[in-house]
Design a protein around this ligand. Structure first.
Ligand SMILES: [Zn+2]
Length: 176
């Protein structure tokens, strides 16, 4: 019995190494005038649960969250130059079946994690007028999602790279 428990805990830890509730991850990459931002978070930080949304109310919360995540202007602001959102992709498949899956739920492949944890991810692409002048990026994810306590931010430009641990009192990533 004890052995079984420790094996399952080990397996879980390996699968979910980065999955700590309250913590999210941001990766910023600047190259040739394009800024790419990748956001990864345990679903609990954004919607308060990690199972597949079944109740109408749960589905509404997921939809609202998806709408916010698809609004880069609500989440990021730039100092030094102007960056325009070009492409946004949000993946909520861990907590919401697609319409097609809902109709074929008897034989669709399980996409959710058996550990009971789920992630929500988003990718953003911005075109910046003069990327060399981009001094910093301010992150408003804490305001939109108060359950996020810390964001592990990593950034890389053509010249430099760095990392920052952000919190509600420290929301700006300085790239210089
Ligand atoms: Zn979780």
């Amino acid at each position: 019995m004890l052995l079984l428990v420790s094996v399952s805990i080990t397996a879980k830890a390996e699968n979910q190494a980065a999955h700590i509730h309250g913590l999210a991850t941001l990766t910023l990459a600047l190259e040739s005038g394009v800024l790419e931002i990748q956001f990864e978070s345990p679903a609990a930080n954004l919607i308060g649960f990690e199972h597949k949304a079944k109740l109408t109310k749960e589905k509404q919360v997921v939809k609202q969250t998806e709408t916010i995540l698809k609004s880069p202007k609500l989440l990021f602001s730039f100092v030094g130059t102007h960056c325009k959102p070009k492409e946004t992709t949000v993946d909520i498949s861990g907590v919401m079946d697609s319409e097609r899956d809902q109709h074929e739920h008897h034989n669709h492949l399980k996409a959710h994690d058996d550990s009971g944890h789920s992630e929500i991810t988003a990718r953003y692409r911005f075109n910046c007028i003069d990327i060399k002048k981009l001094d910093s990026v301010s992150i408003s994810l804490f305001d939109q999602f108060p359950r996020i306590e810390k964001i592990n931010a990593m950034w890389v430009t053509e010249a430099r790279q760095g990392a920052d641990l952000l919190n509600p009192n420290r929301k700006t990533i300085s790239l210089k």
